[in-house]
Design a protein. Sequence first.
Length: 394
Amino acid sequence: MIAGRAKAAIAADYVRRANPWVEIKALEADLEDLTPGVFADLDAVAVAVDSLRSRFVATRQLLAPRVAHVDLAVLAEPWLARASVSAAVADAPCQVDAWSTAQLARAGEDVGIPCAAADTGEVFPSTLAMGHAAAAVGAQQLLALTGVIRERPRVGQEIRLDLLRGTYEAFRLPLAAACAADHVLAAGRVERLDPSYLRASLGALMTACGAEADTSVVLATRAVVALAACEACHESTAPYLLPDALEPCAACGGRLAAVRRVRRLRWAEAAPAVAPRAATTWLRPGDAFALVPPAGAGRATLCAFPTAEPRWQPGAPWDEAAARERFARLPRSFDLARIRACRIGVLGAGHLGAALIEQIAPLPWKGILIVDRDVIEPCNLPSHPLATRAGETA
Ligand SMILES: [Zn+2]
Ligand SMILES: [Zn+2]
């Protein structure tokens, strides 16, 4: 039975069949439960997710370790495929820059009012042929980002392939200085933290990293609750805890509801509530946060913990003679040595991610990371290229 199997596992099986040499890491996980450290050893990433929230979280996850990425999307009914390319640096646009307030609210980002529903629950039509169209556009940019081909990647641009109008266009995305994805994560120097700091208090950690009262702390992925209200007595409080770690109301023991969530805060505001608590109140292995001094008082620092993620599953030793035969017809513009040196990631192994994996898996990359939280559903089968293949051999 293919239905019910994890998409990440199906994709990993396919990669192994297509390519004996590559190192593989397949994570059946929600992007929000991962940390930037998971992506730190990648050379470039393709983002092929179908919700605004996942796209927003992926962008922050990749800004912190500064991994360039190409974001793919498809509108199957109007025969439209698009890709946008981000260098994951402080001063270049990303796919989140141009989002409207409504889009940010739908992504679960705090836009000043409580967000009732993070997701509209809308069902996307299947990608069908356009999955492969977007995958080809994305694969070319991934090859450019990794330096496998000599074309310059279209960083800061959106590429649109419109099969109804018969056009292929690239245009520059507007640079939004106040992008909700917080490009400060990709600015300034990187301070690698010893994992033992996770056992210290949050206050001790912030002091060791040089945070002062006026310093802004920017958490890479998870938001903390800056304002909560008791559902019973309506007493409000500023707990600065993760939403799933809220404690009962101090006044009446009622349940607290998160009213305002933030990923960027002034340390002086949060410190009274959380300085004595463990650093793990906010942070996990592989996590990262930026410390931003007040304007004009120096540059930002990104503080990063090493990851505790599982190791890469190794591949077979590289066989030069066998490879020469297999890759004899590789386009001459492809740099095989560069492919062997690069690790890439594919976030999302649904229709779109699977189409991309189908296209790039035969290349002997050093490593391929695949992340997807879902399992195959019967309605995925008509257009998920790898699920139906897995059925052939099962
Ligand atoms: Zn941005
Ligand atoms: Zn209460």
